[in-house]
Design a protein around this ligand. Structure first.
Ligand code: SAM
Length: 236
């Protein structure tokens, strides 16, 4: 946690300024990751639009909630609980909103009763699962029958090989930052892996020009980078 926290500050993804979390995703007060937050703001709008179309949504669990910017925004309309392993000021302690419940916990062992939530959102966090199938089955367990999982801002690769090559770049990046061991807790996703356990019926929404850019890259012979789709999954 200490190393991850240090890295988040170094990368500009954490700030001790309370205004940081409140302004997200529409404004990055650090000014360090403006383009990424612009993309994330679009994804947030897609999630909100999708959520608004779902019926009988009251209780929402935000898994890997971080500083809780998303949980806070959703709390205007839903009964929201934020869950994260990080209870410090980069995580749940930054969430000063009495409308939002907070749980410290692991995404692969959710300390939550079966069938508690109508929707589980995992924003920029599912790729931290060491055992994806375990995380998916935990999410399915805490969702009610017909509940919906929303995944956003996790890197998706076309196949396991592309994902492995990307992971090697991640490892090199973490090694250079002196935190190589964190690479074991960060790996991109593949659609096949999501579908594998058969727990959800997934529908991918890909906003913006990202798929077009990926297609253009492939046409120019470049290795396809990750896509960051917003994915809705109905519990089977
Ligand atoms: C990139 S941040 C995303 C935070 C927030 N959801 C957002 O959209 O900005 C990833 C979050 O996942 C949390 N996390 C990583 N591994 C986790 C795990 N095994 N269980 C629960 N949370 C985890 C981290 O503490 C961090 O807050």
């Amino acid at each position: 946690m200490q190393d991850y926290r240090r890295l988040r500050f170094a990368e500009g993804y954490a700030s001790t300024d309370p205004a940081f979390a409140r302004a997200l995703p529409f404004r990055d007060t650090t000014g360090r990751n403006v383009a990424i937050w612009r993309l994330r703001a679009r994804h947030y709008m897609v999630m909100r639009a999708g959520l608004a179309l779902l019926t009988n949504v009251h209780r929402v669990l935000d898994v890997g909630a971080g500083n809780g910017w998303l949980a806070r925004r959703l709390a205007a309309r839903y009964r929201v609980t934020a869950l994260d392993v990080d209870a410090t000021d980069t995580g749940l302690a930054a969430l000063d909103d009495s409308r939002v419940g907070r749980i410290r916990g692991e995404l692969e062992a959710l300390p939550v009763r079966d069938g508690t939530f109508d929707v589980v959102i995992v924003a920029a966090a599912l790729h931290y699962a060491v055992h994806l199938s375990r995380a998916l089955s935990e999410i399915a367990r805490v969702l009610r029958a017909g509940g919906v999982l929303i995944i956003s801002d996790s890197p998706f690769y076309s196949d396991a090989l592309a994902r492995h090559r990307a992971w090697q770049r991640t490892l090199a990046y973490y090694q250079a930052a002196g935190v190589a061991h964190l690479a074991g807790r960060y790996q991109g996703l593949t659609r096949a892996e999501l579908d594998g356990p058969g727990l959800f019926r997934f529908v991918t929404l890909s906003p913006g020009y990202e798929p077009l850019r990926a297609a253009l890259g492939r046409w120019r012979g470049r290795e396809a980078g990750p896509r960051m789709p917003v994915v809705f999954g109905w519990k089977r």
